[in-house]
Ligand binder design. Structure first.
Ligand code: HEC
Length: 116
């Protein structure tokens, strides 16, 4: 195997670091929260992106965590999730995921919905 010049290795290393940081950010809480959002069936009523469907839009999440937790744990219409069923830690990951969802584009920016 041909040995790479050291300078090239350093450059490749430097290029990899930001990529790893970005990847880690999105895999850690982002995708874990998404998995939990699926595991706990939130998507069934709120849509995979939290965009709403059978129930309200919940993303991008604008409530502080405490308020979010109150809504999920004490609710009228939606099934209430007790801390035994869904831990605070996992709920926080779901909250992180919902907060990370982008704002939807404006209706005028969606070609299929324009000029009708
Ligand atoms: C069976 C359908 C269903 C499931 C599953 C469900 N929800 Fe809901 N959710 C609702 C409905 C209906 C409401 C409307 C408010 C109510 O219950 O009074 C709601 C309300 C909410 C609200 C308050 C939104 C607002 O702006 O008032 C949040 C936050 C929320 N759900 C998060 C979640 C999360 C997180 C999960 C999963 C852990 C989940 N929901 C699972 C049906 C569901």
């Amino acid at each position: 195997m041909k040995i790479m010049p050291r300078g090239l290795l350093v450059v490749m290393g430097l290029l990899t670091i930001p990529a790893l940081l970005v990847a880690q950010e999105s895999t850690d809480s982002g995708s874990r929260g998404r998995e939990l959002f699926e595991t706990y069936q939130c998507w069934q009523c709120h849509g995979f992106e939290g965009q709403g469907g059978a129930a309200l839009r919940v993303a991008p999440m604008v409530y502080p965590f405490e308020a979010f937790m109150q809504l999920v744990r004490h609710t009228n219409v939606m099934p209430a999730y007790s801390p035994n069923a869904l831990s605070d830690e996992n709920l926080r990951l779901i909250w992180d995921y919902l907060r990370s969802r982008p704002e939807p584009p404006a209706v005028e920016d969606i070609p299929a919905l324009r000029d009708r």
